[in-house]
Design a protein around this ligand. Sequence first.
Ligand code: PGA
Length: 248
Amino acid sequence: MSREGTRIVVLPAADWVSAVAAELAGRLATQPSLRICLPTGDTPSPLYAALVAAEARGAVSFAAATVVMLDEWVGLPPGDPARCDVRLRTELVGRLRTSPAAFVEIDVDGPDHEAAAARHDAAAAGLDLAVLGLGMNGHVGFNEPGSRPDDPTRVVRLAASSREAATARYGATRVPTAGITVGLARILEAGEAWLLVTGERKASILRRALDEPEGRDCPASCLRRHSRLTVFADDAAAGLLPEAVLPK
Ligand code: PGA
């Protein structure tokens, strides 16, 4: 797959947060009504802290933006600290002086998850920017290995590693039973996609995503189809990328 549309930005770890925050602030300044899909996880947490600080000093505003959640666990009770809605609110949306014009959550508490996924698929249509983390198994959102580039927003079975992450890393009070994720189809049709990757433990899966043939074993590898993909990696995560892939 062509790399023409892929920009790889490698940053010293100490500069990663400020550089990505500045880039996002720039997008919001150019297009205040940005429709942006945001992930949760350990990777974006420090970015959100920086954005909250920047918003407090007037350097960025989400006031006209629409924030659409990337994914959500199914089977965690409302308020569970691992819930993506809880994390996005406590780390970003709820800490802004001026809330985004809209915050589109995924309704996992109603009786019909399929219908909730279909509604979220409609909400994720026409995104300007999809911001994504990279799972250790190559997932983006909950598009787990086996996902297809034309997958819609849907209810998914979680990989065992994702279920474990809920409790082991994010402090969930229960093990989730499933997930709802914006599908690769919506991500690939967004105006832009950003893949955020930090830390040495992601180096090998980032190499798999960017330097080996696209394959359903690694959904992140499908992102190279995107006409405007930016990978923001710190130098530890980029440590295994071959010269041919790195920016000149
Ligand atoms: P992390 O998760 O940012 O917590 O490493 C990324 C992911 O699994 O999507």
